[in-house]
Design a protein around this ligand. Structure first.
Ligand SMILES: Cc1cc2nc3c(=O)[nH]c(=O)nc-3n(C[C@H](O)[C@H](O)[C@H](O)COP(=O)(O)OP(=O)(O)OC[C@H]3O[C@@H](n4cnc5c(N)ncnc54)[C@H](O)[C@@H]3O)c2cc1C
Length: 533
């Protein structure tokens, strides 16, 4: 049995015995075999001494048991690492940031406490997965949709706390944005309800976010100030219909009006679902070194070559899928308006896509192209490769994901800047994916790194990733979320006024978790005794 850092073996044995007295011996895991299940299957340190690993795990069944465990951890200074379903692949899995932490596994707390159809919300515990909530709604025939990320096996709470994203409309696809009301055990063992939940007998905990006084919910996301034991989530009323279309444009600079129209359409609420911006010419370039070089260049002659290729071969420079949810007559009118608006770009082509009227049949459900667009959880994303989306030989992936303004010029600039870094460090470590419209007004650039069971390759991944973080910061772009291996690097970039934000986060950390027992190092926030300089 390994021991958390700074804790004697004797104290650890005593703490484990106390954990057992709270949850039962069968729910405390200390054997190597059991603890290995909490390793990060996508770790960029696999097989190396720096791999982050847990020392043990404990699985409570209630908020009261969580409080007891946190109090015991305070007594013995045991670092805890709470997870909900622990499937945070690409961002650290269920392994702690601080090696030797005890994983606080909340999977057993999996009750769906309430689903309200008329106000369209649910109140859930951490172990509730997207599949669980979907099935619960289906079994009761409620006219509600969930919004889920690509893998449906993750938890509604864990994904939201990490600022995860899905595919339907705003605010549902921004999973933290759709959150309303928390119950939290803070690092000192106190049980707190946020927003209207602080009012005993409140009847609007899951409907009104702000409560009274400072709005604190945000400090519990991407942080380590508390263990969330309940969360409210807004659900989408089942729309009457869905329709989508693909817009294709053929010139290098057409990205500018394409994205401007996209902004207008999204920010006026005509369409406020995620879109799917792609650059088909980039796929063509994968097999054509000349095109690849031209794409990284800002030389007008090279760009003219690309424009000629796109127009002559009919390969769009850019394409974007627009999705509409609502009454049939409304979504058809929205699509027509989009078609008319986008046709002002010379040469633009609009292709009709899918149309569904709800509820859909079982047959339609089985054949839908992207089930997540219709709030249906799946694990299909894993079918593309054995361990990740990209190539079966890889062990997994992790994403470098900075936020850039939703403007065509920024898309062109960021692609060039990041492609240059990849060329410098080796393009075989990562794939630069086109910008994702996870949130209004910004794009998230995704640069997907392959992780392999190969230390030299993973070392190149880590060096390239760190360089990209630096280069992004030099251009005013910061990460929205990251793997545990890079949390310190990404947080360090948010350095305005001598790291004033980090200092404020540390003050809060010291106040609500004075012994620093919760998730040390998560999002670059370290407890006092582990702070470096
Ligand atoms: C192929 C692939 C596709 C993916 N696609 C998407 C996608 O479309 N969208 C997306 O958002 N993600 C995506 N991911 C990333 C990830 O798989 C999901 O976000 C997944 O839902 C996260 O796992 P989880 O829900 O089990 O969260 P957890 O692992 O339970 O939680 C994540 C982290 O939040 C903290 N935490 C969790 N619960 C608590 C709690 N109760 N109290 C305090 N802290 C807590 C912990 O630090 C934990 O490590 C993808 C991953 C892969 C491999």
């Amino acid at each position: 049995m390994s021991v958390p850092p700074g804790v004697s073996e004797r104290d650890f044995q005593r703490a484990v015995a106390r954990f057992e007295s709270v949850v039962g011996a069968e729910w405390v895991f200390t054997s190597d075999e059991d603890v290995a299940l909490y390793r990060d299957a996508y770790s960029p340190f696999v097989g190396e001494a720096q791999e982050k690993v847990a020392s043990a795990a404990v699985a409570p069944q209630s908020a009261e048991q969580v409080q007891e465990i946190v109090r015991i951890a305070n007594e013995f200074r045991i670092p805890l690492y709470p997870i909900s379903t622990g499937r945070n692949l690409g961002y650290g899995g269920s392994a702690p940031v601080l090696s030797g932490s005890v994983v606080l596994d909340l999977k057993r707390m999996n009750r769906i406490l309430e689903v309200d159809e008329r106000n369209a919300y649910a109140l859930v515990e951490p172990g509730v997965s997207y599949f669980d909530l979907y099935r619960h709604i289906e079994e009761r025939g409620l006219k509600l949709w969930i919004d889920c990320p690509d893998p449906g096996w993750g938890s509604v709470i864990g994904n939201a706390l990490d600022h995860g994203v899905g595919y339907t409309m705003n605010p549902y696809r921004d999973h933290w944005g759709a959150q309303c009301g928390l119950e939290v055990v803070t690092g000192d063992g106190e049980l707190v309800r946020t927003g209207m939940g602080a009012l005993p007998g409140s009847r609007t905990w899951q409907q009104f976010k702000y409560g009274f006084g400072p709005y604190l919910d945000g400090i519990f996301s991407q942080s380590n100030f508390g263990v969330v034991t309940k969360m409210g989530v807004w659900l989408m009323p089942q729309p009457e219909a869905y329709v989508d279309c693909t817009v294709e444009v053929f010139g290098h600079d057409d990205i500018v009006p394409l994205v401007d129209h996209m902004n207008y359409i999204m920010n006026t609420g005509l369409q406020n679902a995620g879109t799917n911006l792609q650059s088909p010419i980039r796929f063509a370039a994968a097999a054509n070194p000349e095109l690849r070089a031209a794409l990284a260049s800002s030389d007008p002659a090279e760009i003219a070559k690309l424009n000629a290729f796109a127009r002559e071969r009919g390969v769009p420079f850019y394409s974007n899928i627009f999705k509409f949810y609502g009454p049939e007559e409304v979504v058809r009118a929205q699509l027509e308006y989009t078609r008319r608006r986008l046709s002002s770009i010379p040469g633009a082509r609009v292709r009709d896509g899918a149309f569904y009227r709800f509820p859909i049949t079982a047959e339609q459900k089985a054949t839908v192209r992207d089930p997540q667009d219709l709030g249906i959880p799946t694990l299909e994303t894993f079918s593309i490769g054995a361990r990740s989306n990209f190539a079966p030989a890889t062990r997994g992936h992790l994403g470098f994901s900075p936020v850039i303004p939703m403007r065509g010029e920024d898309v062109i600039e960021s692609q060039r800047v990041f492609q240059r870094v990849l060329q410098e460090f080796g393009t075989d470590v990562a794939l630069l994916v086109f910008p994702q419209s996870y949130h209004p007004r910004t794009f998230v650039i995704l640069c997907m790194f392959y992780v392999m069971p190969d230390a030299a390759h993973n070392d190149a991944v880590r060096r390239t990733f760190k360089r990209l973080v630096e280069v992004a910061a030099e251009h005013g772009w910061g990460e929205y979320r990251t793997h545990t291996a890079f949390m310190d690097d990404c947080a360090a970039a948010y350095s305005f006024n001598d790291h004033a934000l980090r200092k404020l986060q540390e003050k809060i950390k010291d106040a609500v978790d004075p012994n620093g027992v919760l998730s040390a190092g998560r999002y670059g926030i370290w407890p006092q005794h582990l702070r470096k300089g």
